[in-house]
Design a protein around this ligand. Structure first.
Ligand code: AMP
Length: 191
């Protein structure tokens, strides 16, 4: 099963990605988590990524694409994967298409979580208290929302055209959203 999960910052992608991936026995691959791990470890990739992340900007496509390519080449991703936070630009969509095609597989579904704007801000402010992420300050949150709307929201239409879009209401409790996602995925034809 090869899946993506999309949605604006605060939509609950990370939480749901882990649960859904677990159910399907595939790794949840979060580009944000990989970048943060590299920042914490002080690797060259982390130092490069931090310049962008601290301001709510996207890390350049070449850097991000190579990192994802290497990650999905790992043996645990042979049966499939759920990508969380990638692709975020049109160039990344094209790159991912190539990566999946090369392995002779297809993208099974693109999950999109839809959440009201007010709820998004509430969730991000709550997360700021709990996780203390460097990019959860008000200015940076606002910039991340802008960048999402400009660069990533248009990808939803691209995937709709590809016929793989699965839109799910992301409002409510974690368990309710998981139920909706699993139900929606039940009707996805896996090959
Ligand atoms: P996330 O945890 O998914 O919200 O990602 C945190 C930050 O990591 C983003 O604001 C970007 O700076 C960077 N990032 C994560 N995924 C990508 C991506 N696919 N392309 C570019 N930058 C990314």
């Amino acid at each position: 099963m090869r899946l993506l999960i999309m949605g604006p910052p605060g939509a609950g992608k990370g939480t749901q990605a882990k649960i859904i991936a677990d159910r399907y026995g595939i790794p949840a691959i979060s580009t944000g988590d990989i970048f943060r791990a590299n920042v914490d470890a002080g690797t060259p990739l982390g130092l490069e990524a931090k310049k962008y992340m601290d301001h709510g900007e996207y890390v350049p496509d070449e850097v991000t694409n190579l990192m994802v390519r290497n990650r999905i080449d790992e043996p645990d991703a042979d049966p499939g994967f759920l990508l969380d936070g990638y692709p975020r630009t049109l160039a990344q969509v094209e790159e991912l298409d190539g990566m999946i095609e090369y392995t002779g597989h297809k993208l099974d579904a693109v999950l999109v979580l839809t959440v009201d704007d007010d709820e998004l801000v509430n969730r991000l402010l709550q997360r700021a208290e709990v996780e203390a992420r460097a990019d959860d300050t008000e200015d940076v949150i606002r910039r991340r929302q802008e960048v999402y709307n400009e660069q990533t929201a248009p990808l939803i239409e691209v995937y709709r055209d590809h016929g793989v879009l699965v839109e799910v209401n992301g409002m409510g409790e974690v368990d309710e959203v998981t139920e909706r996602l699993l139900e929606a995925l039940g009707s996805v034809d896996e090959s």
